[in-house]
Write a protein that binds this ligand. Structure first.
Ligand code: F6P
Length: 412
């Protein structure tokens, strides 16, 4: 590389997203990039000319190691939808003038399906105008819903946290005896895809029965059938643990969390803020059965738990960051790096790049055959798919008993 690289982070953060940032930085420098800039809060910040020089923050190998172990987007993130080119050309002129000013050779965007929309539009504009900057997407999302890739960095660590937490919740739920039993409902992120919720099944093992019921957003949710199922299980054991996706919907398409109260917040990509599913179901079951209930929303914990990150995930996140820079350096644009699983045992995965037009704005859902017939759990194939992705640990750098992170003032 002869000129500069700019990298941004976009969408919901993960425990591995900064490992990709570290991979982009290291590879760009190794390949001769003069400067590696970081957009502050993605494309939205870039439009306000907010960026930093990463070499001021990654000055030692220890900084790079801390970055890999720091959750949430180090550069700050955004949910910003670029207009169509014909709708507002001025936005594109502004972005490309900033890229020219910074002498950018490669633009790397670490994000999910909405963020790949940004890579698609910018690379299209570069083609139309004959601009030489190359645009490459680097996959990231705990939701694991990106098309054409076996899985996405960020998913393995969140899945590991969910499997572990659900197991700990199950253990806790059998301690105290309540006269009419206890029903614990664990709400898990993932919007319209059940990859994360299905990972609750990882809790099952020789020492744990696993969750009693798992409800994915791909399958319509029936409140009456749910209550009957819970009653049936409660007649056999004192505690029931249920994993539910934040995005479960009734047959008419209404989100269960909307049954409790209406959703006011909708982001730039039209996604409703989903939360409150567990608390709605916990009140519903308490009303139906009169038992003790607990609503547990894993919320941001599941995507920021870098102390429980998967080693496979952190390494792959770093690898895709490097592969994105390599692809740009070798002349690719309008592509996203994908992970190809080569084998399960031993687990092996490689990277290649695929056309971002076939990935942006799409959602890869859990196949129906990986959900049991009743729609209340996932199959062994599902568990076999996710198990390799949660392997290994990454020890945090502990200072005074608490993990140390790479710090950046938020008000830059
Ligand atoms: O896009 C990833 C994700 O974590 C989804 O699983 C979740 O629905 C959403 O982000 C939450 O977004 P926010 O943090 O903006 O509420």
């Amino acid at each position: 590389m002869k000129r500069n690289v700019i990298v941004g982070q976009s969408g919901g953060p993960t425990a591995a997203i900064n490992s990709s940032l570290a991979g982009v930085y290291r590879t760009a420098r190794d390949r001769g990039a003069h400067k590696v800039y970081g957009m502050l809060h993605g494309i939205q910040g870039l439009l306000q000319e907010r960026y930093l020089d990463l070499s001021e923050y990654i000055t030692t190998e220890l900084d790079a190691e801390l970055l890999k172990r720091t959750p949430a987007a180090f550069l700050g993130s955004c949910r910003y939808k670029l207009p169509e080119i014909h709708e507002d050309q001025a936005v594109y002129e502004k972005i490309f003038s900033i890229l020219d000013k910074l002498d950018i050779e490669a633009f790397i965007y670490i994000g999910g399906n909405d963020s790949m929309d940004t890579i698609k539009k910018l690379s299209d504009y570069a083609i139309v105008t004959g601009h030489p900057t190359r645009f490459i997407g680097c996959p990231k999302t705990i939701d694991n819903d990106l098309a054409l890739t076996d899985h996405t960095p960020g998913y393995g660590s969140a899945a590991k946290y969910i499997g572990t937490s659900v197991k700990e919740i199950i253990r806790d739920s059998f301690c105290l005896e309540y006269s009419k039993g206890l029903v614990s409902i664990v709400e898990i992120m993932g919007r319209n895809a059940g990859w994360l919720t299905g990972a609750a099944a990882l809790a099952k093992g020789e020492d744990c029965e696993g969750p009693d019921l798992i409800y994915l957003p791909e399958i319509p949710f029936d409140l009456h059938a749910f209550s009957e199922k819970v009653k049936e299980i409660l007649s056999k054991k004192p505690s029931v643990v249920v994993a539910v996706s934040e995005g479960i919907r009734t047959a008419d398409g209404t989100y269960v969390c909307e049954l409790g109260s209406s959703i006011d917040f909708v982001d730039a990509f039209g996604h409703k803020q989903l939360s409150g599913t567990a608390s709605y179901l916990a009140s519903f079951i308490a009303g139906e059965i009169g038992c003790k209930t607990r609503a547990i929303e894993l919320s941001s914990l599941q995507r920021s738990a870098s102390h429980a990150a998967s080693r496979v995930d952190i390494l792959e996140a770093y690898q895709v960051g490097g592969a994105a820079v390599k692809a740009a350096d070798e002349g690719d644009s309008g592509k996203m790096v994908v992970l190809n699983r080569l084998s399960d045992d031993p687990y092996q995965c490689g990277t290649e790049v695929k056309d971002v037009h076939k990935i942006a704005n799409d959602e890869k859902l859990v196949p129906r055959e990986w959900v049991n017939e009743e729609g209340t759990g996932v199959t062994d194939e599902f568990v076999a798919y996710v198990r390799p992705l949660i392997q290994g640990d990454v020890s945090p750098v502990m200072v005074d008993g608490i993990p140390r992170h790479l710090f950046r003032p938020y008000n830059l």
